[in-house]
Design a binder for this molecule. Structure first.
Ligand code: NAD
Ligand code: TYD
Length: 353
């Protein structure tokens, strides 16, 4: 099988490739990514040596650039991770989200439609978010039939891309599947998101900004569990199906930060209260969704997937990874390194082949 993985230099895409490239030696994996601020080749350097792995620096907004990749490989499966993914950035500069998340997805769908006219076994898997459903109150869960009610520019752009994917399945018989997943955590997450930002700031003595009163709830899933769920869907799902993926691990943001302080303190020997003193409550995010929680019974019952990690085991692995990779955190956050990457990789392709 030839897998085209978009956004494979980012957090979840890189975890997916790092897990499956060494394991699936008979398969070929093409990573296409434009190395935006959250995508970094450091995230996939452990698999660069593998002969079944190739990287192409392509922006999914660039139809011709994508077409070149399709001409070269005509993939069997597209796993579409590439996106602008941070809600706060979507509030500040929504246009990037519309261009990458909507138009980029549209370009991929158009090319898949064109190149797969006479192909038997092919699949477009769209990686989406539970944020398309909007916000829950104290009770209830998102199911696959919950009506869409996106509330941020990010979630609205992801909802649009979900609708496009379904429309291509309905209108053109394009074989698609979709997954809507809850908040992920684990290695290689860009340190602007709550968990890596908190760990980085704890370790560097900086303040940890908590929006509002810290009582917003997210359902946390260890990233490798998400990758396994996607693999299950790609290989075992009926065409046209949607699956919600979640960890059944609801925590308030304040609870998350407390768990991180305790686990980090156990590794460093620092008093956890010292870390907790770094918390600072700041002005709330505009339109901040109160609660997300997933009912993952469909993927469990139909495909037999359930998460392997508990919040304690997943957080422990995560804290240890960030402690052992403080150089990674510094490098990916540095402007200098970001410009170096752009300079070196913007006009040429990188691969082992
Ligand atoms: P990320 O920001 O870490 O990675 C996104 C990757 O896409 C980066 O490597 C970036 O360089 C690349 N990219 C961005 N714009 C591009 C473009 N125009 N062309 C080519 N590549 C581009 O995000 P992530 O957390 O890994 O999220 C991956 C996917 O999973 C996204 O579609 C996101 O909506 C979805 N998702 C994320 C979470 C989560 O908690 N992180 C939860 C559910 C769903
Ligand atoms: P985030 O990691 O940005 O994911 P999302 O917004 O997609 O859920 O944020 C997770 C939660 O943490 C969310 O409720 C916002 C909150 N948060 C803070 O309180 N402070 C921060 O600095 C960040 C980045 C997030």
């Amino acid at each position: 099988m030839i897998y085209l993985v978009t956004g494979g230099a980012g957090f979840i895409g890189a975890n997916f490739l790092n897990y499956f490239v060494p394991k699936q030696k008979e398969d070929i994996f093409i990573n296409i990514d434009n190395l935006s601020y959250s995508g970094n080749l450091l995230n996939v350097q452990n698999i660069e040596k593998y002969e079944n792995y190739f990287f192409r620096n392509v922006d999914i907004q660039d139809y011709d650039g994508l077409k070149h990749v399709f001409n070269e490989w005509n993939p069997d499966v597209i796993i579409h991770f590439a996106a602008e993914s941070h809600v706060d950035r979507s509030i500040l500069s929504p246009l990037h989200f519309m261009k990458t998340n909507i138009l980029g997805t549209f370009n991929l769908l158009e090319l898949a439609k064109h190149f797969w006219k006479n192909k038997d076994r092919c699949l477009f898997h769209h990686v989406s978010t539970d944020e398309v459903y909007g916000s829950l109150k104290e009770s209830g869960y998102f199911t696959e039939t919950t009506p869409y009610h996106p509330t941020s520019p990010y979630s609205a752009s992801k909802a649009s891309s979900d609708h496009l994917v379904r429309a291509y399945c309905h209108t053109y018989d394009l074989p698609v599947t979709i997954s809507n997943c809850s908040n992920n955590y684990g290695p290689y997450q860009f340190p602007e998101k709550l968990i890596p930002m908190t760990l980085s700031n704890f370790l560097n003595g900086k303040s940890v900004p908590i929006y509002g009163d810290g009582q917003n709830v997210r359902d946390w899933l260890y990233v490798e569990d998400h990758c396994q769920a996607i693999w299950h869907i790609i290989h075992n799902s009926e065409i046209g199906e949607t699956y919600n993926i979640g960890g059944n691990n609801e925590l308030t943001n304040l609870e998350v930060v407390h768990v991180l302080a305790d686990i980090l303190a156990a590794f460093t020997g620092v008093d956890p209260l010292k870390y907790l003193e770094q918390i600072s409550f700041v002005k709330d995010r505009p339109g901040h969704d109160y609660r997300y929680a997933i009912d993952a019974s469909k993927i469990k019952n139909i495909l037999g997937w359930s998460p392997a990690e508990s919040i304690q085991s997943g957080m422990k692995k995560t804290v240890k990874w960030y402690l052992d990779h403080q150089d990674w955190m510094e490098k990916v956050s540095s402007d200098e390194y970001q410009s170096w990457l752009k300079l070196n990789y913007s006009d040429r392709e990188v691969s082992n082949g």
